[in-house]
Design a protein around this ligand. Sequence first.
Ligand SMILES: [Mn+2]
Length: 229
Amino acid sequence: MQTYRSLFLSDIHLGSIHCKSEALFDLLENTKAKNLFLVGDIITQNAKASHSDIVRFKKLINSRDWNIIYILGNHEKDRKVKQIKLSTVNIFKTYNTYIYDNGKKRIYLTHGDIFHQKDIFQKLLKWTLTKVKKGAKKIEQKRKTHNTSTFYHLKIKPLLQKILHNAYVTYMSSLAKKKKCQIVICGHIHLPERIVKNGIIYLNCGDWINHASYIAEDEAGNFHLISAS
Ligand SMILES: [Mn+2]
């Protein structure tokens, strides 16, 4: 049995056929922790409460005496999913954001979807992306190629994704900085990563769709990004 102070999980998407639930249950069955931080999108949108993975998850997390801190993700914000979620854990308090003080550092916790809700840069980029896509298509039509958007997919899209990713990391770090935190732990973009950005440690839990990744805090208060696959 592996013992940690805290375990951080996000983007499990229980109820989705793509969820690597066996790997997750294996982790939960073999890990002990004082705190269990659920960093959003634990249950996928439109999932049925009777789904076997959700039932098993509920049983497993309720069988321990860890502190459960449930931070809502974008998949958990509509009423139906909220009801499922509330029946899933034995504590009813949920958070949009949370500050965890481990005695050494202040850790800012958020799912991360606020970036897609509020960030003007994101809207601007989306607009740019649409324009570029249209432009690339026009060029290709002029060239009479049937390969609809090779140029866009090979050149423009990766560049925009890089810009978008950098904007996300910068924004998450700025949220932590504003709250006088030294670390930000989030999810949402399904990319497990540890980056130091503007003096803030950015940690993304990753997901249980493509990565089976999570973050663990050891007894000394150090954070580890771990891949279960
Ligand atoms: Mn999300």
